[in-house]
Design a protein around this ligand. Structure first.
Ligand code: F6P
Length: 373
């Protein structure tokens, strides 16, 4: 009997989402004779039952398109803003899944989406997730799609900032996305030859950063590029964050979890503007003029790189085979040239951070890059 597949994209949009939808949709229909419908705008569309047939023409011409033809949102099934209230709408989603006689719901997303999909799995749905995010921070997959494109954009930005920093003898502090992980800043920093790279996994001492910049000046290099991950923090800030995050991990019930999460959100708010403050501190400590460039959403926009199209197509088509084999409750992880099903509870709530001894970190040190630690 033909299987019925529902699919949604959730969390921040990422280059490669459409390539994955195309891969999944084509393989599901043309190879396995399945029926595929998409839900619009992430979990909100599943709750509101807003659908789109993902077949034939809908899958044509989208391989190279950025964003997601389904739309996306950061809404969570169990904390859905409805008017002025926040409600648990999990049961409504379960009913809509059943109303469409779905065999499986495929959720394309990063860490938050995987957690939400796992909640739906616990509520009785068959789910499969595909790892997408420019942050590359999903556990148990070699890589996530979207990362390569963002890496290329951030690297090109650093390349371009070099000539202007050099001409004006300035420090340019460039803020790179990545949420709490430093993959993007580290990768782009190494590839673009940044003089300083600051990532959340290696809390920094601003005096060491200033010293590295001054030592370049003494060698006659009167400019520096500082690549800063948006989640990078000083040693002092990192200590406060660690305590707040530990409270979230150790929360025993929903109420204490909500309180602990509120504390982390407060710290996140206080962290906004961190890159500007860092640039001002460096200017004061080095007496060199400093400027800031925040790359922001440019890193998520536009056409996916060839590598991302390839990964997304591989994952989408492999997902169709997993559905055919009824391997549910898994993340379709990238493993070498192939894929591997990883049970969702092994991935949900786990971040893949940069290990302090990662080869990229070693290489950065070996080429003389200051990591602020
Ligand atoms: O997860 C992708 C990402 O771009 C992060 O790098 C960034 O911290 C976050 O999304 C921004 O979120 P939003 O799109 O909600 O502003």
């Amino acid at each position: 009997m033909a299987k019925y597949v529902g699919v949604l994209t959730a969390g921040g949009d990422t280059p490669g989402l459409n390539a994955a939808l195309r891969g999944l949709g084509r393989a599901a229909q043309d190879v396995y004779d399945m029926r595929v419908i998409g839900f619009r705008d992430g979990f909100r569309g599943l709750m509101e039952n807003r659908t789109l047939r993902l077949e034939g023409a809908a899958l044509s011409g989208i391989l190279t398109m950025g964003g997601t033809i389904l739309g996306t949102s950061r809404d969570k099934p169990h904390k859905m803003p409805i008017g002025s209230r926040i409600l648990d709408m999990t049961e409504v989603m379960v009913q809509n899944y059943r109303q469409h006689h779905l065999d499986v719901l495929v959720c394309l997303g990063g860490g938050g989406t995987i957690k939400n999909a796992t909640r739906l799995m616990k509520a009785g749905l068959n789910v499969i997730t595909l790892p997408k995010t420019i942050d590359n921070d999903v556990a148990k997959t070699d890589i996530t799609f979207g990362f390569d494109t963002a890496l290329g954009i951030a690297t090109e930005a650093i390349d371009r900032l070099h000539s202007t920093a050099h001409s004006h003898h300035r420090i340019i502090v460039v803020e790179i996305m990545g949420h709490r992980a430093g993959w993007l800043a580290l990768g782009a920093g190494v590839a673009g030859g940044a003089d300083v790279i600051l990532i959340p996994e290696l809390p920094y001492d601003v005096n060491k950063v200033a010293e590295a910049i001054l030592s370049r000046s003494r060698e006659g290099k009167n400019f520096s590029i500082v690549a800063v991950a948006e989640g990078a923090m000083s040693l002092e800030e990192a200590e406060v964050y660690r305590a707040a995050e530990k409270a979230v991990e150790e929360a025993k019930d929903d109420e204490s979890e909500a309180a602990a999460e509120a504390r982390v959100a407060e710290l996140d708010l206080a962290h906004v503007g961190h890159t500007m403050r860092l640039a001002a501190q460096l200017e004061q400590l080095t007496r060199l003029e400093s400027r800031v460039t925040i790359l922001g959403y440019l890193q998520r926009g536009g056409t996916p790189s060839a590598a991302d199209r390839l990964i997304a197509t591989r994952l989408g088509t492999a997902c169709a085979t997993y559905i055919e084999e009824e391997r549910y409750g898994v993340l379709v992880a990238v493993r070498g040239e192939g894929t591997r099903p990883v049970p969702l509870p092994e991935v949900a709530g786990r971040l893949k951070l940069v290990p302090p001894d990662h080869p990229w970190v070693q290489s950065a040190r070996f080429v003389g890059t200051c990591l602020g630690d």
